[in-house]
Design a protein around this ligand. Structure first.
Ligand SMILES: CC(C)(COP(=O)(O)OP(=O)(O)OC[C@H]1O[C@@H](n2cnc3c(N)ncnc32)[C@H](O)[C@@H]1OP(=O)(O)O)[C@@H](O)C(=O)NCCC(=O)NCCS
Length: 145
């Protein structure tokens, strides 16, 4: 656990979640369009999959206030998923701090391609960390089970 100073508050970076934090993550997921409907047993599975996770906790009330996770091979590819700041904490720089924390983490800082996908309106946010959507000739493809 690391302590970080943010906007006059002390917050903690946790790399694993307690039962209470998993409950709070499931609740956080219900608020976003792509994570809505996720159930606790599936969330437990993704947390056990071995990818690095990043959870900001407000130690005052043990509240999960921001979350992100990564899947990576440690060399060529790292994909960042589920970047979410709790609605009551948005627009205070926490999302930026989360991105800095993820991008500089030793698990992915030297990986050749750090990737994510997002809606068009989020492109300017991720461009701040050097991401580009100008990937000429590449198509995002998916097969849903
Ligand atoms: C996107 C999100 C993580 C940003 O977190 P935040 O704490 O509100 O962002 P910050 O206060 O750290 O803002 C950092 C910078 O990004 C900018 N920014 C924030 N949201 C933005 C957006 N939607 N589009 C473009 N820029 C944005 C801010 O203006 C700020 O710019 P500045 O440094 O020039 O002042 C947060 O709004 C969120 O959780 N949204 C819902 C979930 C979501 O959509 N996640 C992204 C999925 S791809």
């Amino acid at each position: 656990m690391n302590s970080i100073s943010h906007d006059g508050n002390r917050i903690e970076l946790r790399r694993s979640l307690t039962d209470s934090h998993i409950d709070q993550l499931v609740a956080l997921f219900q608020g976003e369009w792509w994570t809505k409907g996720r159930i606790r047993s599936d969330v437990e599975k993704i947390l056990q999959s071995g990818g690095p996770i990043f959870a900001f906790i407000d130690p005052g009330d043990d509240e999960l206030i921001a979350f992100a996770r990564v899947l990576t091979d440690g060399v060529y590819k790292a994909i960042i998923f589920d970047i979410i700041v709790k609605s009551t904490w948005r627009n205070t720089g926490l999302g930026g701090l989360l991105m800095e924390t993820v991008m500089n983490d030793s698990s992915i800082v030297n990986v050749t391609h750090r990737e994510l996908y997002c809606l068009e309106e989020m492109v300017p946010f991720y461009e701040k960390w050097g991401f580009t959507s100008s990937l000429s000739g590449l198509h995002f493809m998916r097969k849903t089970s």
